[in-house]
Write a protein that binds this ligand. Sequence first.
Ligand SMILES: [Mg+2]
Length: 340
Amino acid sequence: MENSCGAGAPGAASTPGLRQQLSDPNEALVIAVTTRAIFNLEEEHQLFLTKGKEEYVKYQQVNEDKPLEQGTAFAFIQAVQFVNEKLLERNPEEKGLFDVIILSNNSPESGMRIVKSAKHHGLEISRFCFVSDEDSTQYLKSHNVKLFLSADRTDVCNALQRGVSAALIFQQEVQTPSTQLRVVFDGDAVLFSDETDRVFREKGLSGALEYERAMEAVPMGEGPLKAFAMHLGKMRKKFSQENSPIRTYLLTARSGRNMGIRALKTLREWGLAIDEAFFMDGAPKGPLLSQIQPHIFFDDGLHNIQGAQDIGIPSALVPYAQRLPRFECQEPGALSSHRF
Ligand SMILES: [Mg+2]
């Protein structure tokens, strides 16, 4: 097993910045991203698939000094760094900072380009983990990771199965949003469990409405992104409403009139303060996303993800299906059916 995990790849300058020294692994909000989520490595990935590992490594070594272009999760990671700056302005001793790890299936030999690219773009990455194992998600728990973003579906499924909030990133065109970190969560099957989706699929809209009425006083189950949202909410609470560098949103297909109360009660029960909540009653999410301009939008519906991608919103698919025997993932096609 090859496993290289440190402040830099072998031979790279490994001088952790001030933030990395201050960050406390027990208090930090650790985010792990894969190289294909943070950088545009599509060409290189194709080379790997068609010509094999050896050619890929050779190419990465030859192009070591050519910085990689920004990928879909890049703006999100940049915004996270902005929040760290604001946290330290507020309290120079702050330990509860974002801590970003790059988790990569690259071997240490091909990883140098990744390290140099991160440095070129001014990214503060605390740890680079170059792991050649089939399932690199086995390192997530030991690194205390609270959110994992990957361009590999199996990776994401494995992470979810390990109980780590995770989402799938696709390479896409991205607009450059503002500095304030903006995160949009879908409700059902993202923050909340997919219990109402399941009732809807079995009994239709009237069945789902009846179920919601009957269950109004009962908080919904936890969805796959709840843990991350709770940590983000805790960080958000350190700032006032007016001066917060973080803004969080709930954007759900639920109708506010019939299905909004239970969602809001659940958030209250959890103690999760969301800055803004939108109940769309099945209307497209695109126009609002366009207005919010988030750094990341989490949804379990592929149609919503595609709609967001069309307007340049960085999107992350949460492939969630609790009804399956294990925490398995559905095929993309199955995700296009109506869900909340
Ligand atoms: Mg949903």
